[in-house]
Write a protein that binds this ligand. Structure first.
Ligand code: DAT
Ligand code: MG
Length: 148
């Protein structure tokens, strides 16, 4: 089953949005397979956002994501990578549709509440950066019979 890496960013943690974010993915029918509250070491943040290294906002981005704890998660489900991106909304909350997480809870592009992997390759890479294999729980849920 497809997996993705999602994380509530430091703004979302400070604003008590962990439960709201988790509830949305649970209610959708996706399955949580790993989660932890953590402070991201600077080197890990730089590696995670490596694709943006040359962008002018890279320093600010790394400062922000290391400014407080994040809630790191792995979720699984059919098409979970693309569907989670749709549920998050556009990168800039001013362009994010109402009903999406960023559309409902964000105002500026810097503090946009949630991160989600954007492709199968980035999902695999990001899950590996943040979680050890033994931190991921493989289990079946009876409710899946009513989702699939
Ligand atoms: P996303 O988080 O939707 O995958 P991204 O990978 O392009 O977006 O950028 C990563 C994060 O960097 C994004 O969540 C917020 C920040 N960011 C993106 N574009 C920015 C910009 N023009 N100015 C400031 N921060 C930006
Ligand atoms: Mg991205």
């Amino acid at each position: 089953m497809e997996k993705t890496y999602l994380m509530v960013k430091p703004d979302g943690v400070q604003r008590n949005l962990i439960g709201e974010v988790v509830a949305r993915f649970e209610k959708k029918g996706f399955q949580l397979v790993g989660a932890k509250l953590m402070n991201i070491p600077r080197e890990l943040a730089e590696e995670h956002y490596g694709e943006h290294k040359e962008r002018p906002f890279f320093g600010e981005l790394v400062d922000f994501i290391t400014s407080g704890p994040v809630f790191a998660m792995v979720w699984q489900g059919e098409n979970v990578i693309a569907t989670a991106r749709q549920m998050m909304g556009a990168t800039n909350p001013k362009d994010a549709a109402p009903g999406t997480i960023r559309g409902e809870y964000g105002v500026t592009v810097g503090k946009n509440v949630i991160h989600g992997s954007d492709s199968p390759e980035s999902a695999e890479r990001e899950i590996g950066l943040f979680f050890k294999q033994e931190e991921l729980a493989e289990y079946s849920k009876l409710i899946n019979e009513w989702v699939y």
